[in-house]
Design a protein. Structure first.
Length: 291
C-alpha cells in the first residue's frame, strides 16, 4: 500500500498551515492523508490548549481537534482520503513512529516570541532532526505556502546523499508542474587546505569550478530520471544558509538534506538545516540522505 502523508495537529495556527499544506500535497501526489494528534503535545511544549467553556476534558479536546482538522481537509481537498488518530504519548515519539510508515511528515513552525513564525517549536525541530522520512515544516507567508511562485529550490550539500535529496526535489517539482532551481553555495574560506597554493583570483576560480562540477555531477545523476522538469543551476558565493534563505523568498518549497551530526544526546541537525528551519521564507523539506 502506498505510504500516506502524515500531518501533526495541535490546534495552533502553525498546525493549520501544516494541515493545509499536507492536504495539498496529498491531492497532488494522490496519497492518503493521516492527521495525528499526540495528547501530551501541550505538556511537551509548555503551552496548554485553550479549551472552550464546559469542555475540560483533554480527550474531548483532542477528538474535536482532529475532527475539525479533518473537516478542514474535506473542504480544501474533497477527493483526498483522510484518517485520524489521537495517540496518548508525547508528540516526538508519536511522530517519529508515524514517520517509519509515511511518505513524509508535515508540521507547523510553532512560532513564539514577538516575531511570529520566526522561531521553531521543539517538536518540529526534534522530528526534523531524527525522522526516517522527509519532514516538511510549513513555514513562510501564504503565497509561499500555497505554491504561488511555481518554483522549488534545492540546496546541494557536501555529501554523497545529495542525489537522494535531489530526487525528492525533482519529484516535488514534477508533481507541481514547476521548475527546480538547484543551488550550490561556495566560498574560498571554507577550503583552506588546498593541495596546492594559488593566487587569490585563481583560488576563487578553482573553488567555483569545484562547486560547479559537484552541482553538475549531482544533477546529471538525477535529472535524467525526471526529464520533464526544467532545472536551473545556480552557483552562489557565500554562506550556504544565507544564500538559501534569500532564495526561499520566491520559492514554494526549499529542499535540503538532513545533515545530521552526533551530539551529546542523540542526533542533531547541522548548522545550515537548523538556520533554514528557523529563518526560511517558505516551507522547508528536510530529507534523510539515506531515505
Amino acid at each position: 500500500m502506498e505510504l500516506p502523508v502524515v500531518a501533526g495537529v495541535d490546534g495552533s495556527e502553525g498546525s493549520l498551515h501544516a494541515v493545509d499544506w499536507a492536504a495539498a500535497e496529498a491531492e497532488r501526489s494522490g496519497r492518503r492523508l493521516r492527521l495525528v494528534h499526540a495528547s501530551l503535545w501541550e505538556h511537551y511544549e509548555g503551552n496548554p490548549p485553550r479549551l472552550s467553556a464546559g469542555r475540560p476534558s483533554e480527550q474531548v479536546f483532542a477528538e474535536d481537534l482532529v475532527a475539525a482538522s479533518e473537516e478542514r481537509v474535506h473542504r480544501q481537498a474533497p477527493d483526498v482520503k483522510v484518517s485520524t488518530d489521537v495517540r496518548p504519548e508525547d508528540p516526538v515519539t508519536a511522530l517519529l513512529e508515524e514517520g517509519t510508515e509515511a511518505a513524509l511528515v508535515v508540521l507547523g513552525p510553532r512560532g513564539h516570541g514577538p516575531i511570529a513564525g520566526m522561531l521553531l517549536g521543539s517538536v518540529s525541530l526534534a522530528v526534523a532532526a531524527r525522522a526516517s522520512c522527509p519532514v516538511v515544516v510549513a513555514r513562510g507567508a501564504e503565497p509561499n505556502r500555497t505554491s504561488a511562485y511555481g518554483r522549488v529550490v534545492l540546496g546541494i550539500g557536501e555529501t554523497a546523499g545529495s542525489t537522494t535529496v535531489a530526487r525528492f526535489a525533482l519529484q516535488q517539482a514534477r508533481e507541481r508542474g514547476c521548475e527546480l532551481t538547484a543551488v550550490r553555495a561556495w566560498r574560498s574560506s571554507s577550503y583552506e587546505n588546498m593541495p596546492y597554493p594559488l593566487p587569490d583570483g585563481e583560488q576563487r576560480r578553482a573553488y567555483r569550478q569545484q562547486a560547479d562540477e559537484y552541482l553538475d555531477h549531482v544533477m546529471s545523476v538525477t535529472a535524467r530520471d525526471v526529464p520533464e522538469v526544467t532545472v536551473r543551476r545556480k552557483l552562489l558565493q557565500g554562506a550556504a544558509h544565507q544564500a538559501l534563505v534569500e532564495e526561499s523568498a520566491s520559492a514554494d518549497l526549499l529542499v535540503v538534506g538532513a545533515q545530521r551530526r552526533r551530539a551529546a544526546v542523540g542526533l542533531q541537525l547541522g548548522r545550515v538545516d537548523h538556520a533554514l528551519l528557523h529563518h526560511a521564507a517558505c516551507p522547508v523539506a528536510v530529507v534523510p540522505e539515506g531515505h
